[in-house]
Ligand binder design. Sequence first.
Ligand code: MN
Length: 320
Amino acid sequence: MRPREQRVGAPETGGAEQLLITGRRVPLGKTTEVMRALPDRQVRMIGAWCFLDHYGPEDLGERPGMQVWAHPHTGLQTVSWLLEGAVEHRDSLGSQALVRPGELNLMTAGRGIVHSEISQPDRPPRLHGVQLWVALPDGVRDRAPDFTAYADLPDLFAAADGVRGTVLLGELNGVRSPAEVHTPIGGADLVLEPGRTAVLGLDPAWEHGVFVVAGDVTVDGTVVALDQLLYLGPGRTGLAVASATGARALVLGGEPFAEEIVMWWNFIGRSHDEVVGYREAWAARAPRFPPVVDRDERVMEAPPLPSVALKPRPHRVERA
Ligand code: MN
């Protein structure tokens, strides 16, 4: 089987480590397929970023679109960012939001939230988007849940010709998003016209990633194709992203996450027993997980636990 990871830059040459990861196809809910780039076998996290799904572009003419029924989360933030189309979010706080292109929907699960994401009957004909998760650190991971939509996000570049971008979360290239974060982190959506190069300043203490959602880009001579993630280790002060044909990509970064986490299904905890407790609480519909308000629909049950104990995994795994 072809490996999904390929080393494209070696730390021994003095440059920061680079690893090219190809996303894998996985089902989401009953009707949607996504390309999942995080977690990867070799790269579990980039900073606090711990999950990256890309879906579409998909023509919904004869298809139901996104039908992700009610399900719980703990210990993380979900970042929903649409490139085309619309999806309705509802949750156990009573939030109701139509997720649309250009608006960031940030759900902070904290100690527990339940939500659903459904394409509505009057939806636009196409669907294209990403969902990312951000692990919450100790101290805030048991906080009260929250859902906030941010419609007014800052530009990644002050003025640029053929290059534009939006800072979604945290800070990148010296530009800060208003969205609430809890670790040093950054995420941006970058659009390149054909033949253009975007240059960003980076914090050398951070690790970074470039994930392509349309076209392809070149970074340090490495071509990053659609649904590929280029992992960049700490030690870089800048990044040049070029595209001959035009492209759209996410740029992610963050200080390497200091804590070990146990991530299973839709939960992030710190131990096997904690995750088992979350699973049992969801099965029992315990007060930690109230029902989604004003939406009478089906729910997703957690799968069986694996036969071996869940363990924290290293954020980066070296393989021969
Ligand atoms: Mn979810």
